[in-house]
Write a protein that binds this ligand. Structure first.
Ligand SMILES: [Zn+2]
Length: 339
């Protein structure tokens, strides 16, 4: 099969890789319908994380082609969505809704789903089947559910977005934009998106943002205070992962409020005195996307939400290298690779 391999920073190739096969009785093999490039794939691409001939990709939707003898809930031909961790969905951690920490988890990025096929471990627990074969125009939205929507949704839940709440969203990438969408679906009263890009501001508004703030850092937090009677937001989503973004999120939150942080942390260090003085709740980390997948699949199937709009460039898998370049050079927010 064809699959993406990152040889070294900046060097992405699509080449022949071994076809996956059933290794455990709980595995399934899927034929990918679409996959995509994640903001987190740019860290190794830019040399900020080590990489050496690594298969790439952890977002996926596709059709079940083969199942192991112990797979019970899926059948060949099902259209399925899964997340970037495989999980049994039955252990004590999974039952608490933290499938990203399943005691039997596997990181799908090690398998590499930017490929024609993929082996999915713990298929019964990992995958959620759609009610039927989706119309082609729904594919981008189901693909978004695999990571960016599920992650944005978790951030909004962790930040306790809901009725009567003012929610601020740090980060206007695909996850931040999906956080806006999630906050709206959870019933937030006011949603303030930080963004400096006209196209992303427009999508944020379409997804439910009521206000846009272009300032960053301390100035950005000051603007949130101004907009909230000097108090700060009840709920703040941090979807970047840098020091500036985390401090901006904390400073934008009112005492007693909640920060949901899902940007993959890169050298973030929160000074103890700032944390002590803020009087806020912090919750985040790798999103347990699987917790939300059944609901997200239903909302997308019913056409209640359209998160697929975060994909602003679609390329065939064989042009993955151009997709990485486009995201690296910020010519694209989120690139879908079609098969
Ligand atoms: Zn588990």
């Amino acid at each position: 099969m064809r699959g993406v391999v990152m040889y070294a920073p900046g060097d992405v190739r699509v080449e022949e890789r071994p076809d996956p096969r059933i290794e455990e009785p709980t595995d399934a093999i899927i034929r990918l319908t679409a996959t995509c490039i994640c903001g987190s794939d740019l860290w190794p691409y830019r040399g900020a994380e080590p990489v050496d001939h690594a298969p790439m990709g952890h977002e996926y939707v596709g059709v079940v082609e083969q199942i192991g003898p112990e797979v019970r809930t899926l059948k060949v031909g099902d259209f399925v969505v899964g997340s970037f961790w495989s999980s049994d969905n039955t252990c004590e951690i999974c039952r608490d809704g933290y499938q990203a920490y399943c005691v039997h988890r596997t990181l799908m990025g090690l398998i590499g789903t930017q490929a024609e096929k993929a082996r999915i471990p713990l298929a019964d627990g990992t995958l959620v089947a759609t009610p039927g074969m989706p119309e082609p125009d729904l594919i981008p939205s189901f693909l978004a559910a695999s990571d960016v929507l599920g992650t944005g949704w978790f951030a909004a839940v962790a930040a306790e977005a809901g009725p009567g709440k003012t929610v601020a969203v740090v980060g206007d990438g695909a996850v931040g934009l999906c956080g806006v969408l999630a906050a709206r679906e959870l019933g937030a009263e006011r949603i303030i998106a930080f963004s400096r890009h006209a196209d992303r501001q427009a999508l944020a508004r379409e997804f439910g943002a009521t206000d846009i703030v272009t300032e960053r850092g301390e100035a950005g937090a000051a603007r949130i205070k101004e907009l909230t009677g000097g108090l700060g937001a009840h709920s703040v989503i941090e979807a970047v992962g840098t020091q500036e973004a985390m401090m901006q999120a904390i400073a934008s939150t009112r005492p007693g409020g909640h920060v949901g942080f899902v940007g993959v942390s890169h050298d973030v260090a929160i000074p103890g005195d700032v944390l002590f003085g803020a009087g806020i709740h912090l919750h985040g980390g790798p999103a347990p996307v699987r917790r939300f997948l059944p609901e997200l699949v239903r909302l997308i199937w019913d056409r209640a939400i359209d998160p697929g709009k975060v994909f602003d460039l679609v390329l065939p898998l064989d042009e993955a290298a151009e997709g990485y370049r486009a995201m690296d050079e910020r010519r694209a927010t989120k690139v879908m690779l079609s098969l």
